[in-house]
Write a protein that binds this ligand. Structure first.
Ligand SMILES: Cc1cc2nc3c(=O)[nH]c(=O)nc-3n(C[C@H](O)[C@H](O)[C@H](O)COP(=O)(O)O)c2cc1C
Length: 249
């Protein structure tokens, strides 16, 4: 293929973008649907090919098919949402009951010992602390890359998805790991639910391209002050997480 044609495969790009655009979060699924086992493999095959720091591939995917396990995890989240409400965190917490009947349910775990594979000194020095922090970012970006590949594969199959991270706290980890036989050294990073939606999903607000893109130098027009960010969190966040169905691109 000529270079000009090789790097201008619009039909392929458009097919990918169709999946990218129609990947939409839902938090309530059709409880009667059963995900074929082969679909889990198709979805995790996409995760398997994800890039990762040092090609360490520091991820594990536990497919949860047992209703009782899903219920126990959902109960935990509902309880955690109650605790947050008591703490007045003001985060618009969704209804995590939807986890209980999510047809597709995958718990994603990682092993922070893999930070050793990234540039670190491992001598406990102040300088090492900085490298360690970046190593944790590398690890989390790697897991996110694999998670995103899996989400896109599920979207390509036609499913809606739900990326759940509200689980980092130590007590949540301690509650979930034994339930799933996940060794102590590992950490649960997120839960990936998917399936047909209970009601029609909607496209959420996305920033425009000029709002996120600069050429050569950071576009100062896109800089937000702390006060502006705090305003956004107060005035906009709840709308864009749950309600704004009007702006589609
Ligand atoms: C890193 C990450 C963490 C998220 N954590 C949660 C979560 O804990 N609970 C939840 O209901 N949604 C969570 N979401 C889903 C977002 O709320 C959702 O992606 C966002 O509102 C945009 O909607 P869209 O996915 O339909 O484009 C998370 C998404 C990402 C990428």
């Amino acid at each position: 293929m000529e270079a000009a044609a090789r790097y201008d495969q619009r039909a392929r790009y458009d097919a990918l973008m169709d999946v990218v655009r129609t990947r939409m979060t839902t938090r309530q699924f059709d409880p009667s649907y059963v995900v074929p086992r082969a679909h889990y493999e198709l979805i995790l095959e996409a995760a398997r090919h994800a890039p990762s720091g040092a090609n360490a591939q520091p991820w594990h995917f536990v497919v949860v098919t047992e209703a009782a396990t899903k219920k126990t995890i959902a109960d935990y989240f509902v309880e955690e949402a109650r605790n947050r409400a008591k703490l007045h965190m003001k985060f618009p917490t969704p209804n995590y009951r939807g986890l209980e009947t999510a047809p597709g349910f995958i718990v994603i775990a990682s092993d922070f010992r893999w930070t050793r594979a990234f540039p670190v000194l491992n001598d406990g020095s102040a300088l090492d602390r900085q490298y360690q922090e970046n190593a944790e970012r590398i690890l989390l970006q790697s897991v996110a890359a694999a998670t995103m590949s899996a989400h896109l594969a599920a979207a390509a199959l036609g499913y809606n998805v739900w990326w759940v991270t509200a689980i980092g706290q130590e007590n949540a980890q301690n509650a979930m790991k034994p339930l799933l036989g996940i060794p102590d050294e590992l950490a649960v990073i997120d839960i990936f639910c998917f399936g047909p939606p209970a009601k029609p999903p909607y496209k959420r607000w996305k920033k425009t391209l000029p709002e996120i893109m600069s050429w050569d130098r950071f576009n100062a027009a896109n800089y937000m002050t702390t006060a502006q960010i705090e305003d956004w969190v107060r005035e906009k966040r709840h709308q864009v997480m749950y309600r704004d169905e009007t702006k589609v691109d």
